[in-house]
Ligand binder design. Structure first.
Ligand code: SF4
Length: 356
């Protein structure tokens, strides 16, 4: 698998590549120069499970803010730079743990060299980001539109620009909002990198994936197909919504693919004509409640006492709703009957005092 042998890259005190666990990233969506707001958001994201955070740095105030923000947060901070090479240099100066640039739009070779020199001095990685939306015109015209091949060619070209400036502390990201094009581009990129013998780690994500619903579906399919092939060392699920949703989804995607252990998996029945409780509300509450309970088990939330216990057999613990009464089930056996309105609290207590 490509992921097993990618180059190891240090981002602050975290490590990606070389088969290390895939790290989850997100991006703040408040102005970076508003240090109080951005710090509060990052702390919330840390609590949700975010492992690397990216902040946009469009001006000098934002670059300076990095120094202040970093005093209060506990995860590496990546500075996102567009067009202005001076912001990249300032961001590095004020303590960014990594910068994300598109070497093609930073203002030319000399300016890129200045950015690379600054990164080299502090030995911080550069993420080379290529997006289908910003592909060079000559490639788009030649290929009669944006193609996977064009995205890969552009990305390799950008990587060479950094290498030619004398640096190889690199992470690559290629993004397209066309999910299948994105998948094909990752396959082709990995193929190319293997042939070149430069196994840089990859940051994987589906860009402009959309709102929470459509973004989750697109990201699950895209990331599933890419990660499932052994590609990807760090991920971001991009959603138009609260960044915390991105973390929840990223964790779920990794866990579903068997790429991350730990955490409670909640399974729930789809409800049917037998359901006599608000199972949809209950399952949602259970999902929220278990978020930060550090157990590696499966919890079932079932709608009825007739089929629930049987269907919950594969779960470590389950609850089933009935007519005013609820059941606590362990490995398919009913262990307790409780009033329906006590179900959630009883489950919480069981989990807090879990001994298998
Ligand atoms: S567990 Fe009960 S309520 Fe849920 S789908 Fe099965 S039969 Fe219907």
């Amino acid at each position: 698998m490509y992921r097993d042998n990618t180059r190891i890259i240090h981002i602050g005190d975290r490590v990606i590549g070389g088969g290390n666990p895939i790290l989850i990233q997100s991006m703040t969506n408040v102005p970076t120069e508003d240090t109080d707001a951005v710090t509060a958001q990052i702390l919330g994201l840390e609590e949700a499970g975010c492992e690397i955070i990216r902040c946009t740095v469009p001006n000098i105030e934002a670059a300076k803010a990095i120094e202040t923000i970093k005093k209060s947060i506990h995860i590496p901070l990546v500075a996102d730079i567009h067009f202005d090479y001076r912001m990249a240099i300032e961001a590095i100066r004020y303590g960014a743990d990594k910068i994300r640039i598109n070497p093609g739009n930073i203002g030319g070779e000399d300016k890129l060299k200045a950015v690379v020199d600054a990164a080299k001095e502090r030995n911080i990685p550069i993420r080379v980001g290529v997006n289908s939306g910003s592909l060079e015109r000559h490639i788009v015209e030649r290929d009669d539109g944006v193609t996977a091949k064009g995205i890969v060619e552009s990305a390799i070209d950008k990587v060479h620009m950094i290498e030619n400036a004398g640096y190889d502390n690199i992470v690559i990201s290629i993004k397209s909002s066309d999910v299948m094009m994105c998948v094909r581009a990752h396959e082709a990129l990995v193929d190319k990198l293997e042939r070149l013998g430069t196994r840089y780690p990859l940051h994987v994500g589906i860009t402009e994936a959309g709102t929470v619903r459509s973004g989750n579906i697109k990201s699950s399919i895209g990331l599933g197909l890419i990660l499932g092939q052994g590609i990807g060392d760090t991920i971001r699920v991009s959603l138009t919504g609260d960044p915390k949703e991105e973390i929840t989804s990223a964790k779920l995607i990794l866990r579903t693919l068997g790429l991350r252990k730990g955490g409670i998996e909640v399974v729930s029945c789809p409800t049917c004509g037998r359901t006599r409780i608000d199972l949809i509300g209950l399952a949602t509450k259970v999902e929220d409640m278990v978020q930060n309970i550090p157990l590696d088990i499966k919890v079932a939330v079932m709608g009825c006492a007739v089929n629930g216990p049987g269907e919950a057999k594969e779960a470590d613990i389950g609850i089933a709703g009935g007519n005013g009464e609820g059941l606590i089930i362990k490995k398919g056996e009913i262990v307790k009957k409780v009033p329906e309105d006590r179900l959630l609290d009883e489950l919480k207590q069981e989990l807090e005092h879990w001994n298998g």
